[in-house]
Design a protein around this ligand. Structure first.
Ligand SMILES: Cc1ncc(COP(=O)(O)O)c(C=O)c1O
Length: 402
């Protein structure tokens, strides 16, 4: 009998997406008739705007879209993404520097697969989105965590980054607004971090998928525009999922220097070829239209954000800094770990989240999924009534902790 593992070591090292797992468990409980309120999913609760859906319907009727198209994306979409990037970020790129991907997730994979050789280090600010470590690992890279906490609003400083830099550091991953914390770097902080990266010859991979979801007087700053000294060592990741409520359409993009985009396109041409043309045409309608739909969603998210943060901070043992962007709150629940609750004594945020799901029928994602135990991530991309009901249930249950 062969002693070789059935599943390769590389792939068996990949863990299940914790955020999708929580969402799946909550949906299964719901299907079984339990009134679960889910704060797990990272997707807008709104439908995709009608004009975008209509563009897809029209595309589906056109036989030319029933065929393979260029692996890098429809030329008209690459052009529109280049124009949108100039409009929203002030960053000028040629359409040939845009690779259309199967959602932002594929762009994340392709960016690391294209930039990293085995042993190359990537600086990743924790708490981080669950997909990054897997993408870095699969590419043979080594993730180096730069850990932040609620006392700084989850913002990393140049000093912290510098302390984590070694001779093997190749890439800084920059995510602002951040999933899972909602932290947003100011223009000055962004420029300082970018200049530090440029000074040390690092590449910056910047995930700008939440660019339009910032609140109050917070501004989004593209590090690519803020720091021209980075030259061509910048790769921008983005997509339509969050801005246009299009998570199911699977369209994202990677923008970078021509050699990187060419190499990533070669990879994609063997992996998935072109993104579904109908979805690309929907994305074309989205990025070439105005931003009024996202503005309406942003207002709703802002209202929910304020309600959620206020209610969470009223719960003894919970502390939630104000998220400035995206649609997540990331409270610390460290004070509740080890306390007795309904006859149990959860020893981690993961155990506490499990207990909450069973006892209060509320789904939250534990901080373990984001590299920082002791926290929860709650998405506020759900209806106002459900949000209030869910956090009220949480408050009622947690008030029993002794
Ligand atoms: C920070 C971040 N980047 C990228 C993505 C990828 O989104 P999609 O693959 O749906 O386009 C997500 C989705 O949750 C995200 O939160």
């Amino acid at each position: 009998m062969s002693t070789r593992p059935r599943v390769s070591t590389r792939i068996s090292a990949i863990s299940e997406s914790a955020t999708l797992a929580v969402d799946a468990k909550a949906k299964a409980m719901k299907a079984a008739g339990r009134p679960v309120i889910g704060f797990g999913a990272g997707e807008p609760d709104f439908p995709t705007p009608g004009y975008i859906v209509e563009a897809a319907v029209a595309a589906a009727r056109e036989p030319r879209f029933h065929k393979y198209t260029p692996a890098g994306g429809l030329p008209e979409l690459r052009q529109a993404v280049a124009a949108k990037t100039l409009r929203d970020s002030g960053y000028r790129v040629e359409p040939s520097q845009v690779l259309i991907t199967n959602g932002g997730k594929q762009a994340v994979y392709e960016a690391f697969a294209t930039l990293l050789d085995p042993g190359d280090e990537v600086l990743v600010v924790a708490p981080y989105w669950t997909t990054y470590p897997e993408a870095v690992k699969l590419a043979g890279g080594v993730q180096v965590d730069v850990v932040t906490d609620e006392t700084t609003g989850y913002l990393a400083s140049v000093e912290q980054l510098e302390a984590a830099r070694t001779a093997r550091t190749k890439v800084l991953l920059f995510v602002s607004p951040s999933n899972p914390t909602g932290a947003v770097h100011s223009p000055e902080q962004t420029a300082a971090i970018g200049r530090w990266a440029a000074e040390h010859g690092l590449w910056v991979v910047t995930d700008e998928i939440y660019e339009h979801l910032v609140y109050g007087d917070t501004e989004f700053t593209s590090i690519a525009t803020a720091v021209p000294e980075l030259g061509d060592r910048v790769v921008i990741l983005n997509g339509v999922a969050k801005t246009y409520a299009m998570t199911g359409w699977r369209v994202g993009w990677l923008i970078g220097p021509p050699d990187v985009v060419k190499a990533a396109t070669n990879l994609q041409s063997h992996a998935t070829s072109n993104v579904a043309n109908v979805s690309q045409m929907a994305a074309l309608a989205a990025v070439s239209g105005d931003l009024s739909a996202v503005e309406r969603m942003r207002e709703a998210f802002d209202r929910r954000r304020q309600t959620m943060v206020r209610m969470l901070n009223e719960i003894p043992g919970v502390f939630c800094p104000e998220p400035k962007g995206a649609f997540y709150a990331y409270p610390s629940v460290k004070e509740l770990i080890g306390k007795e609750l309904r006859g149990r004594r959860p020893r981690s945020s993961a155990e506490l989240a499990e207990l909450i799901l069973e006892e209060a029928e509320v789904a939250v994602v534990p901080g373990e999924a984001f590299g920082t135990p002791g926290y929860f991530r709650l998405s506020y991309a759900l209806g106002d009534d459900d949000l209030v009901e869910g956090v009220s249930r949480l408050a009622k249950l947690l008030a029993e902790a002794r």
